[in-house]
Write a protein that binds this ligand. Structure first.
Ligand code: FES
Length: 237
């Protein structure tokens, strides 16, 4: 954790806003945290190509740590940057989708409510592409069946359709190389809760990865796999 570089982009934005407005901007704790830049690859170690990504379900990869799962989603439509999102610690602006049509997004797959996450055995949180879920409020959304929180991947993981406010899913910053059609993850912004996650699932993570491994930063590459191949059982709700 101490190796990561903190870039307080929102603090700078707030300060500039204060200057322009002739008054001090309020402190904003939302931060982009840069982690190691890793290439997203398939199960053979080859770079994944956006043009081959399915729009029918989400993929899973682990970032910024070896034990922290994220969704990679190829949305049906452009995900526009600029969404203003709020966490318990401040505000930030979502960077939107990447790729030729700005449709590819990545968000943590650790539920912002009580940290449900996909395991090899089971997942209660997943992405419902348009048409899969008869509930129109869930079509195209990430839904956590534990307590019915719904998060919108086209708007930075913002929580919708629940009367109790929950923070957005933390966003993974993606970088796209158009020449090679390759994707990289290079940071996290929004309400990351990795420390809480490591504490809550300490024994499970040791059992799956070995002592200390889940907390190691991902390096060089992260394997991307369809959620249906990653988790044996998917809750539907
Ligand atoms: S843990 Fe996901 S909604 Fe409660």
């Amino acid at each position: 954790m101490d190796r990561r570089r903190l870039i307080k982009i929102c603090s700078v934005t707030a300060a500039l806003a204060g200057i322009r407005g002739g008054a001090l901007g309020s402190a904003n704790a939302a931060e982009l945290k840069e982690y190691k830049r890793v290439k997203l690859v398939d199960d053979k170690g080859q770079a994944i190509k956006i043009k081959t990504l399915s729009t029918k379900e989400a993929y899973i990869f682990h970032y910024p740590y070896k034990g922290t799962p994220c969704f990679l989603i190829n949305l049906p439509n452009k995900a526009v940057a600029g969404e203003k999102l709020t966490t318990d610690d401040g505000e930030y602006t979502w960077e939107g989708g990447v790729g030729p049509e700005s449709r590819v997004v990545a968000l943590t797959a650790i539920c912002a409510h009580q940290l449900a996450y996909p395991t090899r055995e089971h997942t209660s949180i997943s992405y419902y592409p348009p048409g899969e879920n008869p509930d129109p409020q869930r079509a195209g959304q990430i839904v956590c069946c534990e307590h019915a929180r719904v998060f919108d991947p086209a708007h930075g993981g913002k929580m919708i359709a629940h009367n109790k406010v929950t923070q957005p899913l933390a966003a993974i910053r993606l970088e796209y190389d158009p020449g090679k059609d390759e994707l990289y993850a290079s940071g996290v912004y929004g309400a990351e809760r990795f420390d809480d996650f490591f504490k809550a699932y300490k024994q499970e993570l040791i059992k799956e990865y070995g002592p200390g491994v889940a907390k190691e930063e991902a390096v060089d590459s992260a394997a991307v796999v369809l959620l249906s191949k990653y988790s044996a059982i998917r809750d539907m709700c």
